[in-house]
Design a protein around this ligand. Structure first.
Ligand code: HEM
Length: 423
């Protein structure tokens, strides 16, 4: 049996077992946010059943606090676009299924409601204007070429490490104007800040604290330099020279830095890796893309839907409210499962299929909606487009030669490794 056949056979058996378990288990026992389901890629039948049988579901049997799961596309839109009822504020626990642990509850504009959120968001938005993105595109292409030209041929390597992490870290270093040779610190801080206790990313809470303190000290030094220098075109200078953020306290600075590091890092990184996996799992789509590279334009939003690199965002209800026939009480947690809404067959045709020339590939929830809709979405799409233009121009085959290792998290939906071979 060759490796591709073996991977496919093992995967089918695992998926069959997960389906049986998901349909045998009483709904009251469901905990769709269990990180194990995401690490094993066995989440799908649980969400399929919730969409069919109880689209707004209350989970009380997890070790984390009880939470509502919102699983259908239109219900998710409802929550995401009603920020006056569904709060993102960190003081209620923040934007992920688990409350932010004590001591890490730094304010950041993704975890703020109005009127505080909009002025801070505006300080960084000039980074993502069409004109500035055109300038960045030149730099991104040069760097992508260099990274791809340095890859080994006919030899197995980890795509996550050599391509996805490297390129997104380079991008982040550019956005922050961060010391180039130390850019891998950004990757590490991003990983540490989102790691769950059991993920193995850090060995103890003390280590996590030490690394986050190091991050804080490093950025405070850069911040002090930028505040006192002429305004420049990087994210730190943009915040340092705008009244909405110039005087923020140390905690808010740290919160916004972590937001921008994680926002710009994990998401694009995991979509890049996901695109290689999706095309390998669907070889007829890969053939279509090779025959017509213009399809990159619709393949990029399709893979962002297919991967959904942020599986959910969470809100907290500020008042009693009805959703999907259920009463959500003031103070309850509501988790918007983008990963499920993106597979909602009532809104997206054949949602489980990866189709690079879909009629409406931008119908997806991966960037969220409403006031917090991703500010970096055009940059993410640009990076992915350039990577694929350059890869198709260079390699006949980008072959996945082993199982991906997935991240232990129901928030960051991504990969630790993906073994590939180029020819
Ligand atoms: C495929 C890549 C990406 C995906 C799927 C993604 C997804 C998201 C999602 C789901 C949200 C929250 C939306 C909501 O609550 O309604 C968000 C917000 C945000 N993203 Fe992205 N993101 C990506 C890339 C980026 C990049 C490259 C950056 C740039 C640094 C970035 C920066 C941000 C920021 C700063 C916010 C907070 C916006 C606000 O609160 O107003 N993201 N993103």
């Amino acid at each position: 049996m060759n490796i591709q056949t073996k991977i496919a056979t093992d995967k089918a058996a695992l998926q069959r077992a997960a389906r049986e378990e998901a349909y045998a288990m009483p709904l009251k026992d469901f905990h769709p946010g269990a990180p194990r389901l995401f690490q094993d890629d066995t989440l799908w039948p649980y969400f399929e059943r919730l969409r069919k049988e109880e689209p707004v579901h209350y989970c009380t049997n997890a070790r984390i606090e009880p939470y509502w799961s919102v699983t259908k596309y239109n219900d998710i839109m409802h929550v995401d676009t009603n920020a006056a009822i569904f709060s993102s504020d960190v003081k209620h626990g923040g934007i992920a299924i688990r409350d932010v642990p004590e001591g890490y509850d730094w304010p950041s504009f993704i975890a703020m409601d109005e009127p505080h959120h909009a002025p801070q968001r505006k300080t960084v938005s000039p980074m993502f204007t069409p004109t500035h993105l055109d300038e960045l595109a030149v730099l991104i292409r040069q760097r992508v070429r260099k990274v791809l030209d340095g890859l080994p041929r006919n030899e197995t390597f980890n795509f996550v490490e050599r391509v996805s992490i490297e390129l997104t870290t380079q991008m982040l270093a550019t956005l922050f104007d961060f010391p180039w040779d130390e850019r891998r610190k950004l990757t590490r801080w991003s990983d540490v800040s989102t790691a769950l206790p059991k993920s193995g990313v850090v060995s103890s809470p003390e280590e996590r604290r030490r690394e986050m303190d190091e991050c804080r000290a490093y950025f405070e030094k850069l911040w002090n330099e930028r505040v006192n220098a002429e305004p420049r075109n990087d994210l730190l200078s943009m915040m340092a020279h705008n009244d909405a953020t110039r005087y923020m306290d140390g905690d808010t600075l740290m919160g916004n830095i972590i937001l921008l590091i994680v926002g710009g890092n994990d998401t694009t990184r995991n979509t890049m890796t996901g695109s290689v996996l999706a095309l390998n799992e669907n070889p007829e789509q890969f053939d279509k893309l090779r025959a017509n590279p213009k399809l990159i334009d619709s393949m990029v939003p399709e893979v962002i839907r297919w991967q959904t690199p942020l599986a959910h965002m969470r809100r907290t209800a500020l008042e009693d409210t009805e959703l999907g026939g259920k009463t959500i009480r003031k103070g309850d947690r509501a988790v918007m499962w983008y990963v499920s809404g993106n597979r909602d067959e009532e809104v997206i045709e054949t949602p489980n299929d990866f189709i690079i020339d879909r009629a409406r590939p931008r119908t997806h929830l991966s960037f969220g909606f409403g006031i917090h809709r991703c500010v970096g979405m055009r940059l993410a799409e640009l990076q992915l487009r350039i990577v694929w233009e350059e890869m198709l121009g260079r390699f006949d085959k980008i072959e996945v030669v082993g199982e991906p290792k997935r991240v232990y998290s129901s928030f960051i939906k991504g990969y630790e490794s993906l073994p590939v071979r180029l020819s």
